[in-house]
Structures are given as C-alpha cells and as structure tokens.
Design a binder for this molecule. Structure first.
Ligand SMILES: [Fe+2]
Length: 187
C-alpha cells in the first residue's frame, strides 16, 4: 500500500530527526509538506517584533515548555500565555506576535492554506503608543519561505522609516528586548 504521507509515525521521533530545523534562525518546519493542511512544528528560542494578521484560524498545541502571544487589539497590547499541554484556537484576524524564549519549547501549529485573495499581513507597532509603524501584506504561499523575506525588508528600514508618526518613538527593528523594554517603561 502506497500512502502519500506514509504510515502513522511517532511525532517525537519526527522531532528528534528534525531537531536542527527547530532551532534558530528558522525554528519552524513542516511535518507534511504539500498536504491539504499546514502542519508545522515550532521550536525555540525565538522572540520577534512582528505581529501577524492571519485571514484564517490557527491551532496551537503547546507540547513542551511555555510560550506566549503578544496581542494587538483595538489599539492596545495584551498577552495570551500558552502553558505546557495547552491547546488554543486563535480566531482569524486576531493580531498576534508569538514569543518562544524557551529553548526546549515545542509547539504543534496547524494552519489552513489561504484562499486566493485572503492576504496575510505582518505589522510592526510602536512600543510606546501602539500605533502602526510599518506593514506589509501578501498572498501567502509558503509559511516557512514567504515571511522571512518580509522581515528582511523591515529590518533593512532606516530609523527614520521606523519612527512612529504619532509619538516620535523609534521602533528598534528586530530587537525584541529593546522593543519590550520601551513598552514596559510606558505600560
Ligand atoms: Fe508611538
């Protein structure tokens, strides 16, 4: 019997065989590439300053360790914690920024292929006043390949381009610790 995606397999066996792909800088690998679902394993450590607007829902299953999602909702930041063993269904368009500082963290993430015309957006917010500083949207074809290209464009912006038009704060770019420190100072 030939099965397109093979026989049932040990999930942790797959993790052991793909451990190097779950480490920085990518931290993310597809378990069944080219299937009708997008099924990824996400490792760590990884922290980031981008916020993701996904036109479809995302399922998080935090298998090991902890993680959290920074949330931007109606002009305010919030936070959702993922504890070990938690399952969480993220509604479409809830603007989120996953933080995985735990080097041993492991999360199964299931997404849907995006319908044609339903675009993903990556957004960067002012850590002081939560205004939008920079945004890019696109028809997402590959979760692993498409997003890093957008990050690089943002990381190459000048400090002038990253200056908040509302309050004048300079967004620190990819430096999450610096972004978080400014946010904490004004919380
Ligand atoms: Fe601002």
């Amino acid at each position: 019997m030939e099965l397109k995606y093979g026989m049932p397999q040990s999930l942790m066996g797959w993790v052991d065989a793909n451990r190097s792909r779950l480490k920085p800088p990518v931290c993310n690998a597809a378990i069944f590439p080219d299937s009708d679902y997008i099924i990824n394993m996400v490792g760590g450590p990884n922290t980031r300053t981008d916020f993701h607007d996904n036109p479809t829902e995302e399922i998080f299953y935090q298998i090991r360790g902890t993680a959290y999602l920074n949330i931007w909702d109606e002009g305010r930041f919030d936070r959702i914690d993922l504890h070990e063993g938690d399952i969480f269904l993220l509604p479409a368009h809830l603007i989120h920024s996953p933080q995985r500082p735990d080097p041993n963290g492991l999360c199964l993430l299931i997404e849907k292929p995006r319908p044609m015309g339903a675009h993903d957006a990556l957004q960067w917010y002012c850590p002081k006043c939560a205004s939008l500083v920079w945004r890019a949207s696109k028809q997402l074809e590959s979760l692993v390949d498409d997003l890093p290209k957008v990050y690089e464009i943002f990381y190459a912006t000048t400090s002038e381009e990253r200056t908040c038009k509302t309050c004048g704060t300079v967004h620190p770019g990819r430096d999450y610790a610096a972004w978080h420190a400014i946010r904490q100072a004004h919380a």
